[in-house]
Design a protein around this ligand. Structure first.
Ligand code: GLY
Length: 267
């Protein structure tokens, strides 16, 4: 099995998207500059909100980055094997440029390609938006996944609670998403699906198709451009790729744990 380090995974991700016309941009501050509705940068999209809304980004329409994030919405889960308060998000961005038909094949290629993550296709499952009053069922994305190589029975249609992403604060860009899961062990029951907490499915990446703006009145207006925002949690991806059971077993925590062991004299 190939061994990944945090450094090699960051580089692999950025160079994959650089080769596909993306400019690498640095991580923005954890203190959001453009959003007074939150205290911290909670997602890769946060610093890019003005550009998702249509302002021209100086680096162009295709960007890639590793954004540092603090997320507290799921703080009750922090301390389990896969949730962190602070984490790094590998991301790529289409600011009114490419959309689903480019992004899904790229996602499949990065996940399964021998020179990239090399995850066997039968170990992958995806979820797709099931449709509601704001946006229809996303059959296009499901068809693109199937065409790329995901088995039909591994494509799950899920409601808004699972497959809608954003805004990062109270208002702003948002949209339906498709989420990618690694199947880590057999399903716990015939009805087990990526939403089950048994641990059979672990999400490692999502592609958000951001074409709405949520207003202060709670309305969803069509944006003037269609964006893509993808996010792969570095800690989780490393854990899965190296066959570890917990994010704390990655090199990102190694030095801190060694120091704590030294200070406390305990393993
Ligand atoms: N790409 C959205 C997120 O997970 O932050």
């Amino acid at each position: 099995m190939k061994e990944y380090t945090s450094e090699s995974l960051r580089e692999m991700y950025l160079s994959f998207f650089e080769k596909r016309g993306h400019k690498v941009i640095p991580s923005a501050s954890l203190i959001p500059e453009n959003d007074p509705t939150v205290l911290f940068t909670t997602a890769g999209m946060h610093p890019l909100v003005p550009y998702l809304l249509g302002e021209k980004h100086p680096a162009g329409k295709r960007l890639t980055d590793v954004q540092k994030c603090v997320r507290t919405g799921d703080i009750d889960d922090v301390g389990d094997e896969r949730h962190c308060t602070f984490f790094e998000m590998l991301g790529n961005w289409s600011l009114g440029d490419y959309f689903k038909k480019e992004m899904i094949p790229w996602s499949y290629e990065f996940l399964t390609g021998a020179e990239y993550l090399h995850i066997p296709s039968d170990k992958l499952a995806v979820t797709v938006f099931a449709g509601d009053e704001t946006a229809p069922r996303d059959d296009e994305t499901a068809e693109l996944w199937e065409k790329a190589g995901i088995k039909k029975e591994s494509i799950y249609f899920m409601p808004r609670e699972n497959n809608w992403w954003g805004p990062a604060g109270l208002t702003g860009p948002c949209g339906t998403d498709t989420e990618m899961f690694v199947i880590r062990k057999p399903k716990c029951s015939p009805t087990c699906n990526p939403d089950c907490s048994c641990g059979a499915f672990l999400e490692i990446w999502n592609d958000v198709f951001m074409r709405f703006n949520k207003t202060a009145e709670g309305k969803f207006e069509e944006l003037k451009q269609k964006n893509v925002d993808t996010g792969m949690g570095l800690e989780r991806a490393l854990c899965v790729l190296n066959g570890k059971s917990s994010v704390y077993e990655t090199d990102l925590f190694e030095n801190a744990i060694a120091k704590i062991e030294e200070l406390t004299g305990r393993k």
